[in-house]
Design a protein around this ligand. Structure first.
Ligand SMILES: [Fe+2]
Length: 321
């Protein structure tokens, strides 16, 4: 088993530019940090990428963690914790998180285990190979027909989680396109060049409208997407599971979600209790209005968790609106 060693596997080269929300004309407080989107940056070494690629080739990953939907025919989700120890460690290592946090402009952690290294896999299907290999065809998602090249893979959207980091796992020699288009507040579009192998781009995708453009000229295109949220329980959490419920093992997804949301509530209650005690020790009168405001926030937080945990029977598998 390979162990992740930041000295060998982490490059962590700062991007040439991080576009701030204010650079794009947005108010600086519409998200959880001032950043909007980074240019591509080298994150992991080629050796690390090769190990990660080996981990996603395991039969049990394909057997139990493959999902498809109306927007992508081959995704691997929720496999990292049990089947990809190197990948799991890479994304949870304090050095990786310190670096990712420096780009995000706030301390961040993976949104949840289930969202570590979600894989999007597309293979160019030529007419000749279409008939030859059913297994190859089953791995093809986003059509790579020349006609579709200028169209985005998914239209303008925001993500489920505050931050998203897209890591390129494929050799991009000869690949054209694959940019991330980001919309500014006044409707202009800036394009962020697609990352090359081992490189990544980061986006405060929950708050910024964006779309991924198609890539052309590549035989395969494998991207690994890891989502992040603020580490602090006191930061807002607008996570919504809308775009991931239909392509998830709901039990696993919901366990992860419910657990971290409960942990956040615990920490918020603890912080409020300590604050109240400190006021009392100081001899202050009870600030009833302030405490009622806190209770209201907790109720809304619990209601939000409740809304996101849609009963299994009501989730349409494989269909993302
Ligand atoms: Fe997105």
């Amino acid at each position: 088993m390979y162990r992740f060693d930041p000295k060998l596997h982490l490059v962590a080269k700062q991007p040439s530019k991080v576009h701030l929300l204010t650079d794009l004309g947005y108010k600086k407080d519409i998200g959880v940090s001032p950043m909007a989107a980074s240019e591509a940056f080298q994150l992991f070494t080629p050796e690390a990428i090769q190990i990660m690629r080996k981990e996603i080739q395991k039969p049990q990953v394909h057997k139990n963690h493959s999902f498809s939907s109306n927007i992508a025919a081959c995704q691997l989700r929720g496999y990292a914790k049990d089947h990809a120890p190197f990948t799991y460690e890479a994304w949870n290592h304090p050095d990786t998180l310190k670096f990712m946090s420096s780009i995000a402009g706030i301390d961040i952690v993976p949104a949840m285990d289930y969202e570590i290294a979600h894989i999007n896999h597309s293979v160019k299907v030529t007419t000749a190979s279409k008939d030859q290999s059913a297994s190859r065809e089953s791995l093809s998602n986003n059509k790579t027909d020349e006609d579709d090249d200028e169209k985005p893979i998914v239209g303008w959207h925001t993500d489920s989680y505050p931050f998203v980091c897209v890591l390129m796992m494929s050799d991009c020699t000869g690949m054209v396109g694959g940019e991330t288009a980001v919309r500014t507040a006044d409707g202009r579009i800036i394009k962020i060049r697609g990352p090359t192998q081992g490189c990544a781009v980061m986006l405060q995708g929950r708050y910024i409208l964006h779309q991924a453009m198609r890539a052309r000229g590549a035989q395969e295109r494998i991207t690994s997407v890891t989502s992040f949220r603020p580490k602090s329980a006191l930061a807002p959490d607008d996570t919504e599971l809308r775009t991931v419920r239909p392509v998830s093992n709901l039990s696993e997804l919901y366990y992860d979600f419910a657990e971290y949301r409960l942990k956040m509530m615990e920490e918020r209650v603890e912080a409020e209790r300590e604050k109240m005690r400190a006021h009392r020790v100081r001899g202050d009168a009870m600030d009833t209005l302030e405490h009622k405001e806190f209770l209201g926030k907790m109720v809304r937080f619990a209601e939000q968790s409740d809304r996101e945990l849609v009963e299994e029977g009501k989730v349409q598998k494989g269909y993302i609106v």
